[in-house]
Write a protein that binds this ligand. Structure first.
Ligand code: NAP
Length: 300
């Protein structure tokens, strides 16, 4: 029986493991893919306090080493469900079940993909899902943002201060984003809107050099030369396996406040998987600490 099982080995999950081990708790981290979460796709991190410059994968590896050396256990298996059992919990995977007194859900989010050919191959090679992380690599270059929500418009505004030219590509001619963002973007002289259009192809090797576009209304096709493409078409949480146990919001994020407590006693949520406004490395790390200390308090 573990004191704490943490589901997810991103920044939130591994920081929770760090704090929990330092508090002397037995910890198992269950992760369905690799360590690090979304940040491993970022070629360079420049906004983590006291670390001026590190790649996402180097950062994730360093955190993994730090947490492992403190004695946290890791097992790379997908958790299918969490069940209540005799006042404790059972984390159920395809092959094994693990007993624990408390659970921290740190399942993260996945940036929604466009779902077109070569998307995974060009991620980090001119195609990015995070303008704040990667925008600085496109100083004085030509970039485009895909999407019509707040993230896309905010990203385009951010990039318009860095890039020489920014295209905002949206599949409709009205925006899900707040009007004030749309107006602000329209006032940027280096921004051009490409509406009613979808990205149909990605060109260039080893890095992106152009994209294919199709106008949904008149079916016209064009090739747009680009240095960088930022995809901001929404985010998808992975919380359905836990929906029977903790309350989720209308977008599938776990309802938990700044104290990281969920609707279920003994289950905590940390990082991007919970309802929150700012999803950054620093806020994920903060959540990991808060959730671990809340779990320690619960275990008293
Ligand atoms: P979002 O609001 O879900 O918007 C996603 C956008 O991507 C939509 O415009 C959608 O088009 C488009 N889209 C979805 N799938 C697509 C596809 N396959 N191809 C092309 N376009 C596609 O996502 P978000 O912008 O990431 O925002 C998520 C949440 O965070 C929202 O609640 C948002 O308000 C919030 N947020 C707030 C701020 C803020 O400043 N307060 C900043 C960022 C995010 P359609 O419109 O046609 O569906």
């Amino acid at each position: 029986m573990y004191d704490i099982i943490i589901i997810g080995a991103g920044t939130a999950g591994m920081t929770a493991a760090l704090y929990a081990r330092r508090a002397g708790k037995s910890v198992l981290v269950l992760e369905k893919e690799g360590i690090g979460g979304q940040i491993v796709f970022s070629p360079r991190i420049e906004n983590f306090p006291s670390v001026p410059n590190i790649s996402g994968s180097a950062y994730a590896n360093a955190l993994f080493e730090q947490v492992s050396s403190l004695g946290a256990e890791f097992d790379f298996r997908a958790v299918k469900s969490i069940q209540k059992k005799d006042g404790a919990f059972l984390a159920v995977t395809a092959k094994k079940e693990y007993e624990t007194k408390s659970v921290i859900l740190a399942t993260g989010v996945k940036h929604r993909r466009l779902g077109i050919d070569r998307e995974e191959e060009l991620a980090g090679e001119g195609l990015s899902y995070c303008a704040v992380c990667d925008g600085a690599f496109f100083r004085d270059k030509t970039t485009a943002v895909v999407g019509g929500g707040n993230t896309a418009l905010t990203d385009a505004l951010y990039l318009s201060e860095i890039s020489k030219k920014v295209f905002l590509i949206h599949r409709r001619d009205t925006f899900r984003a707040e009007q004030r963002l749309v107006e602000a973007l329209k006032n940027r002289p280096n921004v051009e809107f490409i509406l009613d259009s979808v990205v149909t192809a990605l060109y260039g090797a080893p890095s992106l050099t152009a994209i294919g576009l199709k106008n949904q209304k008149n079916e016209a096709e064009q090739t747009l030369p680009l240095d960088g493409l930022f995809v901001a078409v929404g985010q998808e949480p992975f919380n359905q396996p836990f929906a029977a146990l903790v309350d989720l919001d209308e977008n599938g994020f776990i309802r938990a406040g700044e104290n990281c407590r969920t609707s279920a006693l003994g289950i905590f949520a940390a990082g991007d998987c919970r309802t929150k406004e700012i999803r950054q490395l620093t806020t994920a790390a903060a959540d990991g600490a808060v959730a671990a200390l809340a779990a320690c308090k619960f275990l008293l």
